[in-house]
Design a protein around this ligand. Sequence first.
Ligand code: C2E
Ligand code: MG
Ligand code: MG
Ligand code: MG
Length: 292
Amino acid sequence: QSKENGGNRITFYKSEDTDRMNRRIAIESGLRPALYQRQFHLSYQPIYRLGDGRLRGLEALIRWNHPELGVISPKEFIPIAEHSGLIIPIGEWVIRESCKMLARIRKYGLHDLRMSINISPLQLHDPSFMNTLLNVLEENRLEPSSIELEITEHYLFHSSETAVTALSRLRATGVRIALDDFGTGYSSFSNLKQLPIHCLKIDKSFIQKIDLQGAERHIVESIIGLVQKLGVEVIAEGVEYEGQYRLLKEWGCNYVQGYLLGTPMEPTMMDTSMFRRAANTEERVESGRSHD
Ligand code: C2E
Ligand code: MG
Ligand code: MG
Ligand code: MG
C-alpha cells in the first residue's frame, strides 16, 4: 500500500522498516510455540572423505516451517533465538534429535559415521551444556567421538579464554570440535595452534571461487597445507562444481561437503537403502556417479 504513495520515499522506507520489525516480532514470539509444537526439523547433509570417497558423516541443519511465514532460514532465526535465550532449549532439541538419528543410522552398519552439530556460543557458556550432551550420548549409546561440534570462527577469535576453556573441557570428554566458516573471521595461523580443534571447515565463500583465476585458489591451497601440518583436518564446504572437487583433491583436502555431492536431505528421504549401500558397497563419490 505504501508503494502507491508514489514518490514519497520516506513513507516507503518507513513501511519497510515496519515490515521488518513485524517479521522479527513474529519470529521471536513464534520460537517458543515452534519448539513445543514440533515445527522444527533437521535436515542432514552428507560429508565425504576425499581420499576414498566414502561417507564420513552428516551435518544436522535446523529447518523451521512457520505456519504463516513459511520456511524461515536458520540464518534469520538463529540470531533471534540467541538474542532471546531460546537457543538453549532449541540447541538441546537439536542435539537430542540428531543423536537419535545417528544411533538409528549406525544400525545399518555404518559404525564410524559421525554427526556434525552446529553449536551457538551461548550453549558453550551454559553450565549444564556438557552434562546434557553427555547424557544424550549415553542414552543413545554413542561414544563422544561420534559427534563433532561446529563452532563458527568468528565467535572464537572474538571471545575470551572461557570459550577456549569450555572447548578444551569438551574435547577432554572425547567429543570432536570443528571450527566452522573459516576465513570469514579474523583468525591467523598462530591463533589456530592454540585452539583445541580437530577439524576446520573452510567457508564456502572461498571454495566457490577456487576454480576461477583468483587469489582464493592460492589461499585455499595454502590453508589446507598449513592446517594439516598443525594436525588439524580440513573440510571444504560449498563444493558445487566438479572443477572445485578436483582441485581440492589435488591439494589433499580431507573432506568435502556441498551441493555437488549431496544437498541437505529431509529425514524421510534418507531411506534405509542409501545407508545399506554406503555400508556394504563402500559408496564412493567418484564411482557412485550420483552427481552426473
Ligand atoms: P553452516 O553451519 O556453515 O552450514 C552450511 C550451510 O551451507 C547450510 O545452510 C547448507 O545448507 C549450505 N550449503 C551446503 N552446501 C552448499 C553448497 O554447495 N552451496 C551453497 N551455496 N550452500 C551450501 P543452512 O542450512 O541455511 O544453514 C545456515 C547456517 O545456519 C549454518 O551455516 C549454521 O551456522 C546455522 N545453523 C543451521 N542449523 C543450526 C543449528 O542447529 N544450530 C545452530 N546454532 N546454527 C545452525
Ligand atoms: Mg556448520
Ligand atoms: Mg555454522
Ligand atoms: Mg559453515
